[in-house]
Each structure stands twice: as C-alpha cells, then as structure tokens.
Design a protein around this ligand. Sequence first.
Ligand SMILES: *Cc1c(COP(=O)(O)O)cnc(C)c1O
Length: 392
Amino acid sequence: MPIHSFHPPQRTLMGPGPSDVSPRVLEAMSRPTIGHLDPRFIEMMDEIKQLLQYAFQTKNELTMPVSGPGSAGMETCFVNLVQPGDTVVVCQNGVFGGRMKENVERCGATAIMVENAWGEAVDPGKLEDALKKNGAAKLVAFVHAETSTGAQSDAKTLVDIAHRHDCLTIVDAVTSLGGTPLKVDDWGIDAIYSGSQKCLSCTPGLSPVSFSARALEVIKNRKHKVQSWFMDLNLVMAYWGSGAKRAYHHTAPINALYGLHEALVILQDEGMENAWRRHQHNHEALRAGIEAMGLSFVVKPEARLPQLNSINIPAGVDDAAVRKELLNSYQLEIGAGLGAMAGKVWRIGLMGHASNPRNVLLCLGALDDVLSRAGARINKGIAVAAADRVLS
Ligand SMILES: *Cc1c(COP(=O)(O)O)cnc(C)c1O
C-alpha cells in the first residue's frame, strides 16, 4: 500500500507554541527556492537583519536568525560566551532556566543557581546576593518570559544588577519577542535568543539572536575554540556577519527564511507597540472570561505574561480528557503543564497571529462547554459575555 501525501487537520493553536502561523507566512514559504548565495537572497538576508533589529529594538550588528529552533539559539549563546572554567549565575523560575544550567555545565563551566518559586518572577534581591557571594562570575543568564509557568521577570533590573557586578547577560526571549515589551539596547542586554514559532507566528525552526559589541569582543577573544563547529559564531559570521563575503558555512533554510521575513514584515507593519498592546488587550479579555467562569490564574497579576496564561485546573477534572475533547470537538489545542506543573495547570497561549478576539471567544466557549460536560463546578454560560465586554 503506497503512503499518500500528508494533509494535517486545521487546528487553532493556543498552547505554548507553536502558535497559529499567519497564512501570509505559509504563502511566502511556498515561493520558489533560490540559492543561498544568490544576490537576491543576500538582499533578503540583509532585510531580515534590519527587521530583527527593529523587533529586538537594537542596533547590534550581530543580529540574525540561527538555523534551528529556539533551543539552538539558546545553545549558540552559551557555547559562544561560556568558556571552560567560567562561573555563570543562572536564575531559575521554571523549566527553561534548568536548560540554561545544562548548557553551562556542558560548556565545562560552573552554574550557580538562583532558585525562585515556579510561577513567580526572578527576585532581583536574590540575584544581587548571589553575585556578592560569587565575585568570579562572568555571566548572568535568565529567562525573560517563562513559558512553563506564564511568569515574566523584570529584565531591565536584572541586567542592571549583572552589569554592576561586571557580568554580561544572556536572556531567553523565546516567548517574549513580539508579545511583550522587550528593548535590547535600552536595557543593555548582551546576548539574547528567541524563537520563530511563538509570538512571531512563523513556523518552528528558526531562532533570532542578537549580540552586543561587548559580547562580540568576548567571542572574538576566546582562549578555547567554541565546542560546537555549527554554532561557532566566529565561523557563522563569515556568512551572516556585516561586510562578510557571504562564504558558505551551511546551507541556509531558504524557504523558512522567506517565512521569517514575512512574519517580521507583518510585525513591522503593525508596529511593536501596537503588537504589545494587542497581546495585553486580548489577555485581559481572556482573563475576564476565565475569572467569570470561576477559574484562577497561577501567576500574580503583576508578573503575568499576556501571551501565556497558566490556569489552575479545577479539582476533580481530568486534564488530558479535557484537552483531548477540546482538540476533537473544537480543533483547539491548549497546552498541558510542564515539569512540576504537569497535571495541575493548563497553558493557554495568545501568541502572535493567534492573539485575536476570535480565539479568545472560541477558547472560552469551548472550555465552558467541555468543562460543563465533564461535570466541573464552573459558572456556566457567562465567560464569553464577560470577555466580550472587554473586547467591545
Ligand atoms: C519554546 C521555548 C524554548 C525552546 O524553543 P524551541 O523552539 O522549542 O527549541 C526556549 N525557551 C523558552 C522560554 C521557550 O518558551
């Protein structure tokens, strides 16, 4: 029996990523493949760089997409900036901070962990204490938007503290870029990585990164070769770097980059501030509905991410059965809890293209129905109207 072409179902993606991809991005990706050294392609690369500088709010020369998912951008930051024997302070308040620790240790360095409760922002006082105790630390790493919990940390304050202690900073902005205010130059972030499939509404598989001049100095003056040939920016810069001869390093994912270019054009046309406002507004509508239903948020209001809403699963409700029913009856995907929060929370994404009133109302209506049918004790039939009042 021959295997036929794959036709995925149409879903609405309201989990922690991937988020719904704009049809404009999918259309851009179906355009003809050209060579990765074609002059027209190189022009487009330069535009991607400019568009990313706008998205990150930076003038950093070394701003580009890594050919790989957010995790590849994460690893690119660590393998280039961390050297064997270094001490790195890692702030953890969820799953992704744990991955930073893994990265540090695999670079032959020591990770000093600053532990914060999951669901809370990173405590600047704890970072300050850790840096006072560990004078040898060279780098501070933290996650701006913890997708595993829905908590947002005060990146500007954390970067200021790191700099006062002569440390460079690595910031995970996979979920924040495009969804919540992020200002790389104003805040003085030294190295940052993001992902294409969260608030940029592109397909998964690309990771925008940006490095300050200070970070670049460290990378150029390393004593040890970067352990990863593929991610060594000293080599990648021959292709992506400014004034580079665009020498072959690896074959760029041509059509994926068409998609990222289109996603960034959409963001530019909307305007960063407008995109941030839209995420906030749709979050407030969702919140009104969730709370009217009688459900509660995991994160305190002041640290809540608008693009990732963690909701406590009501007592006696079967997590997996509800998500399965949402998928089957409504073609709607929401996220399960991750790590220590598995089975206890749902993560409802309102990211990028998916952050719109239609999705807010769809999700609330679907939850209302599925939870009622499951016998959960919720205030039935009022969530959609509550959200609608915020939207109109
Ligand atoms: C999704 C995510 C990542 C990993 O990105 P992938 O594209 O899945 O590799 C890293 N950090 C955070 C905060 C994320 O949300």
